[in-house]
Design a protein around this ligand. Structure first.
Ligand SMILES: CC(C)(COP(=O)(O)OP(=O)(O)OC[C@H]1O[C@@H](n2cnc3c(N)ncnc32)[C@H](O)[C@@H]1OP(=O)(O)O)[C@@H](O)C(=O)NCCC(=O)NCCS
Length: 187
């Protein structure tokens, strides 16, 4: 199976249909951890909801509009990183991610984002990558800040999270900025 080792036994691999049960189980045991930031979590009620997500992302991959990768520690799915959408005309993309609560604090998602940035900038030739984050989500904000993204502004009440309308900070990184940064983070 296609995969990229990002260190400490963690692999990034495309999410496929037969991963739906693992994805649902991971989501189900992380509901309290994810709910404050990711409003889709309560829409995922059974395995077929996770399957529908995977199928949607495989469709995006086929159309060149995005993809979703699982983070695997041996045979265990511990997180997801997704690129949705890729805008080929404007050379831009947006990254989203989440990790099992018990695997936070080890730099795993920072390394996963760095690996996806290499793919987006160097393999796919994109020019700009965004990450949008709630202002109060300090763990998530630390990732683009660590990787050299610039904070560009605030989208007012642009998302539904934690049962309310909340702002989103837009962070962005350009290809030339990643080239200057990646010796620190690249493999
Ligand atoms: C956002 C989220 C993925 C961050 O996970 P994380 O494990 O804290 O992030 P990283 O993998 O980059 O790890 C950073 C931590 O590892 C530490 N670390 C250890 N080795 C490291 C390394 N080589 N490189 C970077 N950080 C390292 C850092 O010091 C930091 O520790 P701290 O949290 O105590 O300050 C996770 O908290 C999550 O899933 N949250 C809920 C969902 C969510 O908010 N998603 C994002 C919506 S925008």
């Amino acid at each position: 199976m296609w995969g990229t080792l990002i260190g400490d036994g963690i692999w990034l691999r495309l999410l496929e249909r037969h991963h739906a049960e693992s994805l649902f189980a991971l989501t189900d045991r992380n509901r309290d951890h994810l709910r404050p930031w990711l409003s889709w979590v309560d829409q995922v009620r059974e395995v077929r909801d996770s399957l529908a997500f995977i199928e949607e992302t495989l469709g995006q991959l086929a159309r060149g509009e995005g993809y979703a990768l699982g983070l695997w520690l041996e045979k265990n799915l511990i997180g997801v990183i997704g690129v949705h959408p890729i805008d080929q005309i404007n050379g831009s993309a947006s990254i989203g991610y989440w990790l099992d609560a018990g695997h936070q604090g080890q730099g795993i998602m920072t390394r996963a984002v760095a690996t996806v940035l290499d793919d987006l900038f160097f393999a796919r030739g994109l020019h700009r990558v965004e990450i949008r984050v709630a202002p109060e989500n300090h763990r998530s904000r630390a990732i683009p800040e660590r990787l050299g993204f610039r904070m560009e502004g605030i989208l007012r009440e642009a998302a539904r999270y934690g049962g309310r309308w909340g702002d989103l900070i837009v962070y962005a990184l350009l290809d030339r900025e990643w080239e200057a940064q990646r010796t620190v983070w690249g493999g």
